[in-house]
Design a protein around this ligand. Structure first.
Ligand SMILES: N[C@@H](CCC(=O)N[C@@H](CS)C(=O)NCC(=O)O)C(=O)O
Length: 221
């Protein structure tokens, strides 16, 4: 494939996957954090946002949505961040990341899909309003509605985590990745947050991981 965009951390080794996507995208962060936890080598290319490139014909050949991230693993191309996380954990079978039975995988997929279909939308509204909109142009009504909606959803996870260390229980799994990335934004953005102690305890545990710090705990931009 022809890629003429800036390549980051290139080590030119075989078995190195390529990730197309800018580092401040929550969906790219899921993939980069996952790869690092699994001990897999990756070259990341700056695509999307201010870097552009995702509307180019060679990019659209790989991902017709023109969205990031896209994963390239040899001849294999995959898009949709949660699908990429599942693929990597399944392929690697490293540690506890890919649950070892169908019922546990069902629950992991449930929480991953819940994030993507339910919490991601109001979190994106809140993020765009608080981080990517000039203060004088922010819509306080939209912010308040997004905080209320997000708070109700995070409270569901908070209650679930009251009896658990990680989302599936004692061990960290792929279920913790999408919600873990979103939890950084939730706790780092500046607004009047509700007190959700079990959620905070889980996020604090995840925040201690060096790969999470490196790939997710970046300046909010
Ligand atoms: N459901 C897709 C969503 C992909 C998506 O919307 N990515 C955003 C960045 S988070 C994007 O490509 N935005 C356009 C851009 O960055 O130029 C996934 O999870 O991969």
């Amino acid at each position: 494939m022809c890629i003429s965009i800036t390549k980051i951390n290139c080590d030119e080794e075989e078995n190195t996957v390529q990730v197309l996507g800018r580092p401040n995208s929550v969906n790219v962060q899921k993939v980069m954090w996952c790869l690092a936890e699994l001990g897999l080598k990756a070259d990341r290319y700056d695509v999307g946002g201010a870097f552009g490139g995702n509307d180019r014909p060679d990019y659209l050949l790989q991902n017709p949505n023109g969205k990031i991230p896209t994963l390239i693993d040899g001849d294999y191309v995959l898009w949709e961040s949660n699908a990429i996380v599942r693929y990597l954990c399944d392929k690697s079978r490293s540690g506890s990341w890919y649950p070892d039975n169908a019922q546990k995988r069902g629950h992991a997929n449930q929480w991953m899909d819940w994030y993507q279909t339910t919490l991601h939308r109001p979190m994106t509204t809140l993020f765009w309003q608080l981080v990517r909109t000039e203060p004088q142009l922010q819509d306080q009504g939209e912010i308040n509605a997004a905080i209320a909606e997000c708070s109700a959803y995070w409270a569901i996870l908070d209650q679930h985590l009251e009896q658990r260390r990680y989302i599936l229980g004692a061990h960290i799994t792929m279920a913790d990745i999408p919600l873990g990335c979103a939890a950084y934004r939730w706790h780092r953005m500046v607004f009047d947050r509700p007190d959700l102690p079990a959620l905070k305890a889980w996020w604090t545990l995840i925040s201690e991981r060096s790969d999470y710090q490196k790939h997710v705990m970046l300046p909010l931009t």
